[in-house]
Design a protein around this ligand. Structure first.
Ligand SMILES: Cc1cc2nc3c(=O)[nH]c(=O)nc-3n(C[C@H](O)[C@H](O)[C@H](O)COP(=O)(O)OP(=O)(O)OC[C@H]3O[C@@H](n4cnc5c(N)ncnc54)[C@H](O)[C@@H]3O)c2cc1C
Length: 401
């Protein structure tokens, strides 16, 4: 029986093992830590955001700043609907939340871990923990895998080590090109009077742009202790991960808190001026923002909240509107989003055959997961890439004669 060695007992490695034909292969997973699936365990705040309710591959790839072109063909073969089927066939109920993220009904990542563990037990997959792979050597038709627990021989290697620099060095030494690692998916550090002490204030729909990079995003926005977060920030951080690293996370960002064009906002303001001239500006809710934020807008705009709306000057109105719709902030650094470290960079995608995730340089060698130069915005997309890629590998190997 031919031997498959899977290097890395994470999301991609386990999903691959769970789909391989155990009648055809002897399958072994080598994991350097004492526990497997550690990232799955802590994922989604311990709930594991397994995938995202987006079932059109063309739409789905829009969530991947790196890998969008290459993943299109992968998702036409295995996409979130297939992920849902896969788990549901194994009696895992999944639920779609309002924002389309998909979680196990149990709200526990342990459900996902248990499912993988059951699958690989049934398939007699051997799991060797505390087994750190140090070197891989090509020997005629086979590979010799040198580890902290001795040497292993493999007919096929599946490389799913995540993005640790050591594991990237190891695959680089086999000839693969590595695109430099940079963090993706982070929040912006900003010190500004408009945001001070407003931790937790959120905006349903905001627009963010980085004028220097001619880039913009939209989505919910959140004020944090350090500055700004939420999808409108995380998306821009992922798409511009490389450029923002180049400017050392020092740049200007423009925010439209109400996602309205300034002229449209002015019209709304004027309408309220006509309909409620005697009302005090401090107690008028012209725009859909929290009361605390509205008071702060008036404060930084130097407008007396006790003034009647009719008496607000044109200049005062413009200052308010500029602070709401065109506020510029200086970003001075970045912070991690809920401990979710995602890295851009990894094995160069030009060297991968996306029909089956095999290496174009090394025979009988497959690569999947975060070790590749693929990453997504938050929402279950990073796992979906792992499931889809791993499924393709298993299918390819299962179909070999
Ligand atoms: C806190 C957090 C929360 C997250 N939440 C979500 C979420 O809810 N939804 C989502 O889609 N994505 C989420 N992500 C991203 C997601 O976890 C990763 O994209 C995914 O785990 C990548 O899977 P992988 O199998 O490629 O790598 P990993 O899961 O990192 O697995 C790689 C494994 O290989 C092992 N390994 C590495 N080198 C060696 C070696 N030399 N020898 C032996 N073993 C080795 C590692 O120890 C590890 O166990 C989250 C990430 C973090 C950090």
């Amino acid at each position: 029986m031919k031997q498959i060695i899977i290097i890395g007992g994470g999301a991609a490695g386990f999903f691959c093992a769970a789909n391989l034909d155990e009648k055809k292969y002897k399958i072994t997973i080598l994991e350097q830590n004492s526990d497997v699936l550690q990232k799955v365990k802590i994922s989604g705040g311990g709930r594991c955001n397994v995938t995202h309710a987006c079932f059109d591959p063309k739409e789905l790839v829009q969530f991947y700043p790196r890998g969008n072109k290459e993943l299109l063909s992968v998702f036409t073969k295995f996409q979130p609907g297939d992920t849902m089927d896969w788990f549901e066939k194994r009696k895992v109920s999944l639920k779609i939340e309002n924002d389309n993220r998909i979680f196990p009904e149990s709200n526990s990542s342990q459900t996902i871990i248990n499912t993988f563990q059951n699958e690989i037990q049934q398939k007699n997959v051997e799991v060797k923990t505390k087994c750190s792979v140090k070197e891989i050597e090509k020997r005629d038709e086979k590979y010799l895998i040198k580890t902290s627990l001795g040497d292993f021989e493999a007919d096929f290697v599946i490389y799913t080590t995540g993005s640790s620099p050591k594991s990237l060095k190891m695959i680089e030494s086999l000839g693969h090109k590595i695109i430099d690692l940079v963090p993706s998916l982070f929040t912006f550090n900003i010190k500004d009077d408009l945001l001070k002490d407003l931790l937790g204030t959120s905006f349903e729909m905001a627009e963010t742009s980085i004028p220097k990079l001619k880039t913009e995003e939209s989505g919910p926005l959140l004020i944090t202790h350090w500055g700004l977060s939420g999808p409108a920030i995380l998306k821009i951080s992922a798409w511009e991960a490389i450029n923002l690293a180049k400017v050392k996370y020092n740049f200007e960002i423009q925010v439209n808190f109400i996602s309205k064009d300034i002229d449209e906002a002015e019209e709304l303001f004027q309408n309220v001026k006509i309909s409620n001239p005697k009302k005090l500006i401090g107690s008028s809710k012209i725009f859909d923002v929290t009361n605390r934020f509205w008071q702060r807008i008036l404060e930084v705009s130097k407008v007396d909240p006790n003034k009647q709306i009719a008496n607000i000057s044109g200049k005062e109105m413009q200052t308010i509107l500029e602070n709401l719709c065109k506020k510029k902030f200086q970003v001075t650094g970045k912070s991690t989003y809920k401990d979710e470290f995602v890295t851009a960079g990894g094995v160069d995608l030009k060297e991968i055959n996306f029909k089956n995730m095999s290496s174009k340089l090394l025979p009988n060698f497959y690569i999947a997961g975060e070790v590749l130069n693929i990453d997504a915005v938050t929402g279950g997309f990073n796992f979906q890439a792992c499931w889809s890629e791993a499924w393709l590998i298993a299918k390819d190997l299962n179909n070999l004669n």
